[in-house]
Structures are given as structure tokens and as C-alpha cells.
Design a protein around this ligand. Sequence first.
Ligand code: ADP
Ligand code: MG
Length: 502
Amino acid sequence: MTTPVISLSGISKYFGTLAANRDIHLNVHGGRIHALLGENGAGKSTLMSVLAGRYQPDDGSIALHGREMRFTSPAQALESGIGMVYQRFMLIESMTVTENLLLAAQKKIGGSNCRRLISETAEQYGLAIDPDKYVYELSMGERQRVEIVKLLLLDADVLIFDEPTAVLTPVEIDAFFTVLKKLRSADKAIIFITHKLEEVLELADDISIMRKGRVIISTEADRKQISKRQLARLMVGRDVVLRVNKEEIPPGETVLRLRNFSGADVHGTTRFENIDFEVRRGEIFAIIGVAGNGQSGLVSAIAGLTRADSGEVSFAGSTFNAREWAKAPKDDMAYVPEDRYHTGCVGSMSIAENFALTQIGKYRKGATKLALDWQKMSEDGTRAVEEFKIKAQSAQDTAQSLSGGNLQKVILSRELSRNPKLFIAEQPTQGLDISATEEIWQALLKCRERAGVLLVTGDLKEVLSLSDRIGVIFNGRLLDIIDATDSDQIGRVGLLMAGVTS
Ligand SMILES: Nc1ncnc2c1ncn2[C@@H]1O[C@H](COP(=O)(O)OP(=O)(O)O)[C@@H](O)[C@H]1O
Ligand SMILES: [Mg+2]
């Protein structure tokens, strides 16, 4: 093999006393896709942020084409051709694609031929973007393409992607893989963080696995030698079974029924029309769709965060019109929102406080009921931390200090403990690693023993693993509802997601 483009030696990075990276050695080559695998918290993002100049290492060195470099900012790393697409995109929503690209690459593309440069670069790698659209109008897949074009305009030849597929739909993932392959043919060095094993086996030329801050193995990907099972075991350090044991449960009474339910999302841009379905106790009813097809507006209206325009909701025995429903009491309904960092919790509050947040009535005390029982709150929080194996020093840690998987467990355990009749889970495992996903799936299955579960997701595998019935939403409409045990029909779900009905 050629000399590596990047060579990390002995990299360590500490946050206080926590060693996020310890003594890491890693080589990355041009014209190859290098998958960096590891559970949440393994240190992947930190290591890549060191390489991309966002963090300075406490020890060790970075060599680029054999020459030792020191980056004190991302801009400096980019000057040397190292660029990173972060998990949260760095685009300005109120500006157009062209304006964003100009802002980032003024020196390279400023001037009269900027539009030509943008479209040429985009076309070369099959990155379909509309330069005149505003970023807020773009899907996650489109935003990601803009980020990639940005790095290419800046002549990056090392491209780092931090969990690029976590926010993408199945269709967008395929398109993204095609782009990655083109980048590889153009001799770029690509580092691709993921914890989806299928993706690794499909794409990677090299594989490195991180666990607890260390790289425990770094190897060429030999598809004949490596199985999904082995990768999973290396990542987690124990055997994992990505199989769901689902018990048959006869469905009980209907807990939620929607009739002709229509409305829009908070921005008023994406609509859902005439939605009809019901969720029964004992079942997981899934709504699956490519992001942006009306499902997020639909869930907010069901959860009562926004008001639908028309239609009818029956919940736990009472029926409401759209206006009444927005104000109706929803004590028997639990909701795990997609945005776990903002809607799901208060980051600056402790785990225990977040745990009490949606059931504060339980903790009122004293004659006036104005005081709060902090002792009980702390005890319940501590119990939840133990019961759900939440990785934290104590229940007094802030929510924002937790990794995504652990935060999701806090939110989920809180909502489960309310003993709801209807449990709504929106993208519950997005961005989570194997063991967290496994635990959350088990929790949802357990929940269905007592409640009806409404699962809203874009993840086909999740739906096929968990659901009893599947409603496919496309362009704001529920195209069909398919029984998950109907093997003749189940293959249609993917097609329906793309709007193919025949
Ligand atoms: N800015 C930060 N301050 C303090 N701790 C951090 C910071 N970033 C990451 N960590 C901690 O470092 C460890 C590794 O995190 P990270 O690199 O994000 O892991 P991964 O990307 O593999 O999920 C985790 O324990 C995380 O909580
Ligand atoms: Mg990360």
C-alpha cells in the first residue's frame, strides 16, 4: 500500500480527568473508505475533531503525507486539505446554498464564475443541489450534499463524515453511498464514522474499531473474513443479538383513533391530509416515511404540541374535534420526541429533575403543594439510573452531559414510568448504537404489553423488527396500512415510502 495520507501516532485527548482518546495510532489512505466504528461514547467524534483541528490533542502527533502538522483551528486543517462534515450541519438556514458556499469558500470561488464552479463541482461527484434554494428548505440529505460540496470547493482531499447516515432516509443513504464511491475513485481519503454494521461491510476498505477511548483493532476489510456478528462483538465487547423476541399479544381495546385528521407542521409548510388509523393496546403501530412527508406535523398534532385544522381524535374513550384535542388532557399519553436534546429534556437540569419533569404532580408536598419533594425526586432518579443502566456518575449529572443513547434512556424511562395508555415514540433509536438500540426496542416491546405504541420512524429495519401494523406516509397521506405478518405485502413498504403504489 502507498504511504498513508494521514498518520496519527499516540494521540490522547482528555476532558478533565476523562480520557476520551488514549494513545491512538491510525493510518488513513487515499482512494479508500475507512470506517470508524464504536459505541456511543467510544471517542470517535473526539478523535476526528482532533484530526480536523477543532480540538488540540494532549499528546501525540498528526502527520500529513509524512510531515508532522499542528492544527490550531478547523480553518488551518482545511488549508491542509482535511475537512469534516459534522453530525450537526454547519449551514446558515436563512441563506441560500450559494451564499453559504460563498461564505465558506470566498477566497476560492468568489467572483463572477462562482456559480459555474459550484455546479461543476456538484456535478462531478453526482451531488444534486439547487444553488438558489434556502437551506431551511432543504432535506437533511440535501444539506449534507451542500456540506460535501463546500469541502470539495475548498480542495479537501481528506473527508471525514461523522455518522453521515444517521439523519438520512433509505433512499438518501443509497445516493450518499454512490457519492462516497465517486470520492473514493477520485483518490480522496474518506473516514466514515458509523455504528451500522451493514454499511461498514458494504462500503469500507479499512475498518477501525474504538472502544473506551482506544482503537482496539485497525484492519483491511476482508468481507470474507469479517461477519456482522464479529464486528458487533468487537464494538461492544460481548455477544449481541440483534434479534427481537416478540411475543404474540392479542390486541386489546382501541386507545387512539384518528378520523380525517388534517393539518401542517409548526412551520406551516408540510401538510398531512385526511389521516385515518387506530392504535390498539397490545400493538405497535408504525408510521414510516421518508423525512419531510408530513409525519412530524402529524405527531406534533397527535401529541397536542400543535393544533390540527380538521378531523377527529378519539382517545381513551372520549372523542374530540381538532381544536378541542389540542387542549384536551393527555395524562395517559407519553411522548418521546425526535429532538431529544431540545424538546425531550432540559439540558442544564439533572437527570433526576428531568425524570420528574413530565410528572411533577407526583413530587408536590406540604399543605400548599407548592414545595417539591427533592429527596423523593433524587431517589427515583437514582433508581432509574440503575434500572436502565444509564451511564452517569449519579442522578445529579446534567442531562446535557449524557451521550445520546443514555439521554434517550432517561427520557424513555421517564415516559414509561407514567404508565401511559398510549406511548408515542418518534425516531427513538436515531443515532444510537447497537446496545442502546437493543435496549430501547426491548422497552417498546415491553410497553406494548400494557399500552398501545405509536412508532414514528424512517428506519425500515426498526419497523420490520418491531411493528404489528405499518402505515406508510407519503406526501402527507397515509398510502396504505400493512399487516406486518402478511409476507406477501411486507415487501411493498419500501416502494410505498417512495410513493410507488402500483
Ligand atoms: N466537549 C466535551 N467535554 C467533555 N466531555 C466530552 C466532550 N466531548 C466528548 N466528551 C466525552 O468524551 C467521550 C467520548 O465522546 P465522543 O468522542 O463524542 O464519542 P463518540 O463519538 O464515539 O460517541 C464521552 O464520554 C463524552 O461524554
Ligand atoms: Mg460521536
